[in-house]
Write a protein that binds this ligand. Structure first.
Ligand code: B1M
Length: 220
């Protein structure tokens, strides 16, 4: 049986080689070995994709290669996501979350990991996908009578749409109706404070712990 480090190494090289089948196989190996799926995303796939992002920044690789690497990562994350969801299958549903990546932004891997983790921890998650218009976050939260709006942004240009949603909520007098949590690589606690969001989380595990700890603020 392979060790966890060997499995993580296979996960990393599947991304570096843009190999979807190898990424899915390595993820399956991680699940079969009983590794924690979220830890496997971080220790296996995430480091490799971030390194490729930096290589893209230095113009050592081109966008099609980054896309192929992201596709490989998605194939692997899909396998791990199923494992995360399965582990939450018997839990009682907690709050209802409307989740998405903000307008103009098509990065969906981190958002999907956050959604799967929330689901695995008992939250009912409505994932609106990527490039979600600000009005859709608010309208869906109203339609579903949700407790929480969760917004991901990976670009410093698109994080501004998180502020847009906050303004929309204030204009509609809904700022106290929903608990808003924001996250994504360029997002910080300072930004969350500046736009008046209720919470910020650095990663998926923290998103769960923040919402669990602050249940009194979003439960109605
Ligand atoms: Co893009 N991209 N990208 N990209 N990409 C970044 C974000 C970038 C930092 C890369 C770089 O230049 N070094 C840079 C942004 C610079 C900036 O604005 N500061 C960038 C750029 C510039 C672009 C394009 C503009 C490139 C171009 O066209 N010239 C373009 C934009 C397209 C668009 O959105 N309109 C673009 C496109 C792409 C791809 C399509 C090739 C691909 C995305 C594919 C996909 O998602 N299906 C891609 C990728 C893969 C990346 C990097 C390399 C990796 C992102 C990722 O998946 N990480 C990224 C570099 C980086 O992040 N260092 C980069 C793994 C994932 C598990 O982590 O998403 O951070 P992450 O999510 C974490 C946490 O952030 C947090 O929890 C997650 C799990 O722990 N989190 C939350 C996320 N959302 C949260 C929400 C929460 C709480 C926590 O609460 C609600």
């Amino acid at each position: 049986m392979a060790t966890s480090d060997e499995i993580y190494a296979r996960m990393r090289s599947s991304i570096q080689e843009y190999d979807e089948a190898a990424a899915a196989a390595a993820a399956k190996e991680a699940v079969d070995a009983g590794l924690d799926p979220v830890e496997a995303v971080e220790k296996g796939f995430a480091g490799a994709i971030r390194e490729l992002g930096e290589a893209f920044d230095r113009m050592e690789i081109f966008l099609p290669q980054l896309v192929m690497a992201a596709d490989a990562m998605k194939a692997g994350v899909t396998v791990l996501e199923e494992a995360m969801e399965a582990s939450g299958g018997t839990l009682e549903r907690k709050g209802t979350v409307v989740l998405g990546t903000v307008e103009g932004d098509i990065h969906d891997i981190g958002k999907t990991v956050v959604g799967a983790m929330l689901q695995a921890n008992g939250y009912e998650v409505h994932d609106l996908g990527v490039d979600v218009p600000s009005t859709r976050f608010v309208q869906t939260a109203q339609d579903l009578d949700a407790n929480i709006i969760a917004m991901s942004a990976l670009l410093s240009t698109t994080m501004l749409y998180q502020r847009d949603v906050m303004e929309l909520l204030r204009n509609k007098g809904l700022q106290n109706k929903y608990f808003v949590i924001v996250g994504g690589a360029p997002v910080s606690q300072e930004w969350a404070d500046e736009i008046g969001a209720d919470a910020y989380a650095l990663h998926a595990v923290e998103a769960v712990s923040v919402l669990n700890e602050r249940e009194a603020e979003w439960a109605r």
